[in-house]
Design a protein around this ligand. Structure first.
Ligand SMILES: *Cc1c(COP(=O)(O)O)cnc(C)c1O
Length: 426
């Protein structure tokens, strides 16, 4: 073996996986078992005391899931990862290690709608207070910092319009405030953007989207960059203080630059319980093997569709960072030079009725509430996901009555454009 480091596509196929040591199976087997037999009583005790690594029970870890964890950690350039049942579960488990009741975290206002709900309602009931900031105004993050701030949360490519966030600028704010920067990298995937290279301390994903990539399995993952010092100032007691249930060990002291991933597993996943099914881990691993091929095709198709829409007489505007005229194009060139992703919005001159008409006439584009599938997807937020908001709130969240969001798939771009052509009318 040469000592060259493997490239991204090689890691996407191989990282974390080896032929099965007992059967020789080349694909990663689905270890569909709840529990694992101990060698003897001493082995059992050392596993429970965190003195040895090994499998105990699938809620805490599973060999199929472990391959997925190692693979995504390698693709993101992190030290370790933890797979969980969904993207939302990843967000709960991360923040549970960082916040005590009464604490605050700062979140970018432009986020996946489900995250806005989770932060506003569910987290409030835990005593975790979200403070919103504007990702287009870095100073708004600085102004939001208080002594109770424990983290900053942003999306790399943000919902719903596919805008690009200046990760490095917000990482500087986080560093100054002495708190970790958490980046939701779902819409970019590590093929387009590796947030850790730009100063992220923790990366989260909904594996349900581009990483799994086929619209068939829910999953989430947390990647530890290994960059944050959890011991300073007693701000993060879950990591810095002795853990009574583990013979008084301190996780940061014992596990160093992967202590956060360990905390998420042995405190978060153990106690909250959102474990990923090994079957879903297998499906998502299979998806990741083709991530570089799919993601490039998603981006190339999205650019062609955005260009077509920008020239269509029924279209008022297109918000796609890959277009040279877009306000996020400069940031896209810096952070996502291979492509600006495949999820974006456009607005129709015909307003609400034109949006409803478009989604009902499209045939290749499926009308549903998801993104990151091989298939092209479309939704009219004002009549669906955002229908409960008043008009001002719809417009503020980028879901005005005239706005349509699409997630461009990997079909032939000529067919996608022909479908839009017949549905828009001429
Ligand atoms: C879908 C999504 C989530 C939530 O993930 P689930 O797997 O549906 O729980 C979080 N963030 C972003 C950007 C998403 O697209």
């Amino acid at each position: 073996m040469s000592d060259r480091l493997p490239g991204f596509s090689t890691l996407a196929v191989h990282a974390g996986a080896q032929p099965d040591p007992t059967t020789g199976a080349r694909a990663t087997p689905i270890y569909q078992t709840t529990s694992f037999v101990f060698n003897d009583a001493d082995h059992a005790a050392s596993l429970f005391g965190l003195q040895a690594f090994g499998n105990i029970y699938t809620r805490i870890g599973n060999p199929t899931n472990a391959v997925l964890e190692e693979r995504v950690a390698a693709l993101e350039g992190g030290t370790a990862a933890l797979a969980v049942a969904s993207g939302h579960a990843a967000q709960v488990v991360v923040l549970q290690q960082l916040l005590q009741p009464g604490d605050e975290f700062i979140a970018a206002r432009k986020l996946y709608g489900g995250s806005i709900n989770q932060f506003t309602h569910a987290f409030k009931s835990f005593g975790w207070n979200v403070v919103w900031a504007d990702p287009d105004d870095i100073a708004s993050f600085e102004r939001a910092v208080t002594p109770r701030t424990k983290a900053i949360f942003i999306e790399s490519i943000a919902n719903p319009a596919g805008s690009i966030t200046d990760i490095e600028a917000i990482s500087t704010v986080a560093r100054k405030a002495g708190v970790p920067l958490i980046v939701d990298n779902t819409l970019a995937s590590p093929y387009l953007i590796r947030p850790i290279d730009h100063g992220a301390d923790i990366v989260v994903h909904s594996l349900t989207k581009f990483l799994g990539g086929h619209g068939n399995s829910l999953g989430g993952i947390i990647v530890d960059a290994g960059t944050f010092d959890w011991s300073t100032g007693g701000k993060y007691p879950m990591l810095s203080e002795p853990r009574p249930e583990y013979h008084g060990i301190r996780l940061q002291e014992t596990f160093g630059n992967f202590a956060f991933a360990i905390a998420c597993r042995v405190l978060g996943l153990r106690d909250l319980g959102p474990a990923l099914s090994p079957f879903n881990a297998f499906m998502i691993l299979t998806g990741i093997e083709t991530l570089p091929l799919r993601m490039q095709k998603h981006c190339d198709n999205a650019k062609a569709v955005a260009e077509y829409l920008a020239g269509h007489p029924a279209v008022a505007s297109v918000s796609y960072a890959g277009l040279p005229s877009d306000k996020y194009n400069q940031l896209a060139r810096k952070y996502a030079p291979k492509g600006a992703g495949a999820v974006f919005t456009f607005s129709l001159k015909g307003g609400y009725d034109a949006g409803v008409s478009l989604v009902s006439k499209l045939q290749l584009f499926s009308h549903l509430a998801n993104v990151g599938d091989t298939r092209s997807l479309v939704i009219h937020p004002a009549s669906t996901t955002h229908s409960q908001l008043d008009d001002a709130a719809k417009i503020n969240s980028g879901a005005g009555p005239d706005v349509v969001r699409i997630s461009v798939g990997i079909e032939d771009k000529e067919d996608l454009i022909a479908d839009l052509e017949q549905a828009l009318g001429t």
